[in-house]
Design a binder for this molecule. Structure first.
Ligand SMILES: Nc1ncnc2c1ncn2[C@@H]1O[C@H](COP(=O)(O)OP(=O)(O)OP(=O)(O)O)[C@@H](O)[C@H]1O
Ligand SMILES: [Mg+2]
Length: 336
């Protein structure tokens, strides 16, 4: 982190419970303005719940049970505690400042509404009335997002578009207000590999050209590597490692991250959970023993691992891990 970086989002000790079970269990991280931060981990580790808690779009069963999410507001340029905002205030932030794209663009779009209307609707929702302005904004945005002959697409319905085009439309909806934070939850998992690459390039272009920060979730490490600057590794509701992508992937400090990396060579993991590590992520209903949740699957686990969750230690510049086996870095290079 350099001095010029400004923190956009600061999540501290976030806890999310589902019917009394901890699904996200005390995670802390921050995000700078304009950065692309990845979250990786196997299915069920709490990636989506973490992301959905930011604009408070959690499923009904899920509750934020602790911690804080501080967000730097565009207009007032001060930090606001999102977990404490009233629904009405949050509605002003959602879509306008923080927007989302999901895995299944077809399911996220309204099948009964024309594409053009769906893009301009979010402008209307935030008070815009000028129809020509809205249409022109939609057209120029669609063109910049690689939707050719955008004018012809406006009257079409989602089922008349390909999966890749639907995702571009979703991105247009998410980007129309020029948000400060775009949350992308597995946005390419449901797409063909060639389309996937195009969308990833588009995500990077958006970040480059608009400076919108992107929280990018994927269980495909090669996708994270291609898109993100920093990455958070989650396991069973805990944050087990975080740091610059190059660092984490070349010098993984947590046994879980090592295990995930061991599953890259097959490259067949796209769209499926990573399964090369023997065992499975425990379901949240299962009583979690004390200590590191990965210990039962970890070949390096020792007695302390089964007793206490390891504290987060620095293992390199901007790189930390919660693992008793991680080589702690001390000395002048240490960065918090
Ligand atoms: N609506 C819900 N009702 C019950 N349990 C849920 C609900 N949503 C999530 N969970 C549970 O919470 C845990 C974390 O879910 P989450 O969706 O955040 O995982 P994820 O890391 O995004 O997984 P995936 O890679 O499969 O998308 C999982 O055990 C999941 O089963
Ligand atoms: Mg998910």
């Amino acid at each position: 982190m350099t001095d010029g970086d400004r923190v956009l989002l600061e999540v501290r000790d976030l806890r999310i419970g589902i019917k009394g079970h901890p699904a996200v269990d005390g995670i802390s991280f921050s995000m700078n303005e304009g950065e692309i931060l990845g979250i990786v981990g196997e299915s069920g580790c709490g990636k989506s719940l973490t992301a959905l808690s930011i604009p408070r779009l959690l499923p009904e069963a899920a509750l934020i049970t602790g911690g804080s999410i501080r967000y730097r507001d565009r207009d007032r340029n001060r930090y606001r505690e999102l977990t404490a905002l009233r629904e009405g205030e949050l509605r002003k932030i959602r879509g306008r400042e923080i927007s989302m794209i999901f895995q299944e663009p077809r399911f996220s779009l309204n099948p009964l509404l024309r594409v053009g209307k769906q893009i301009t609707e979010t402008l209307e929702l935030h008070g815009e009335r000028d129809k020509t302005l809205m249409k022109n904004r939609a057209l120029s945005l669609m063109q910049s997002l690689g939707l050719q002959e955008a004018e012809k697409l406006l009257p079409l319905y989602p089922h008349q578009l390909s999966g890749g085009m639907c995702q571009r439309v979703m991105i247009a909806i998410a980007m129309i207000h020029g948000p400060r934070l775009l949350i992308a939850d597995e946005p390419t998992t449901a797409l063909d590999v060639s389309i996937q690459a195009q969308i990833l390039e588009l995500v990077k272009k958006i970040n480059r050209e608009t400076g919108t920060a992107i929280l990018f979730i994927s269980h495909d490490l090669s996708v994270i590597q291609a898109v993100c600057r920093r990455v958070l590794v989650m396991y069973a509701g805990k944050l087990v490692e975080q740091g610059p992508v190059g660092e984490v992937f070349t010098r993984p400090a947590h046994e879980y991250t090592r295990g995930l990396l061991g599953s890259i060579p097959g490259r067949s993991s796209r769209g499926r959970p990573l399964t090369n590590i023997p065992g499975r992520v425990p379901p949240i209903e299962e009583a979690r023993p004390p200590g590191c949740p990965f210990a039962p699957r970890c070949t390096a686990a020792t007695l302390p691992c089964r007793k206490t969750f390891p504290p987060e230690i620095s293992v390199g510049p901007g790189h930390s891990a919660s693992c008793f086996a991680a080589p702690e870095q001390t000395g002048p290079e240490k960065e918090d």
